[in-house]
Ligand binder design. Sequence first.
Ligand SMILES: N[C@@H](CCC(=O)N[C@@H](CS)C(=O)NCC(=O)O)C(=O)O
Length: 224
Amino acid sequence: MIRLHTFKDCLPGTPDPSGFVVKLMTVLRMAGVGHERIEVDNPAKGPKGKLPFIDDNGVVLGDTVLILEHLKKMRGVDLDRHLSPIQKAQSHALQRMLEERLYWATVYSRWMEPANASVEDEIFFAEIPWPIRGFITRQAHKTMAAALHHHGLGRHSRDEIYAFGLSDIEALAQVLGDQEFLFGGSPSVADATAFGMLINIVGPDIPSPLKDAVAAKPTLMAYV
Ligand SMILES: N[C@@H](CCC(=O)N[C@@H](CS)C(=O)NCC(=O)O)C(=O)O
């Protein structure tokens, strides 16, 4: 049995506050792979210091890409087997766009907008007693700001960051078009990735220009 380590199911509107966790949960569900969800309070417990991570009968792995490679090799899970080589390349490019930029624009919208950041504090740190909680939340905000800065997106203005995010949403909508899934009638890993990222933008009651942009696209809303 796979033990899937996730955040706590603490953010109404999404199965998990992390798009990466939702991506992996979705792949496991689509592939019919049984697993047990283990909610952890600290991503540092994972082998890469991030969530999700899995424990597959003693094999502990972090990073959704590496986990999917493992699932393919050890359990024959391959949601992309119906894709052509060009579609696989397009899927790769789409996923990296969603994970390496739209994800970070979402991080910005959650942590760097003062009104939203206090929502994050309530969600993630509600159980921590004062005054430690004040210290922990200040540290978390500094860590997020530093992560955005080192990624590079955090060096841009608010308008620039959202313009980048909106262009990713537009590109995704163009690729989807009127199709049921990104590559036609059957779902693939790119759909699991898109679902994870989009549901974390539109599901929770956290306003942002990203949420407005997705909400304004009926095809994306129907897809999510
Ligand atoms: N490339 C990783 C990304 C995972 C990731 O960024 N997880 C975030 C949550 S969305 C995390 O655990 N962040 C905690 C941290 O950086 O301390 C994957 O595909 O799993």
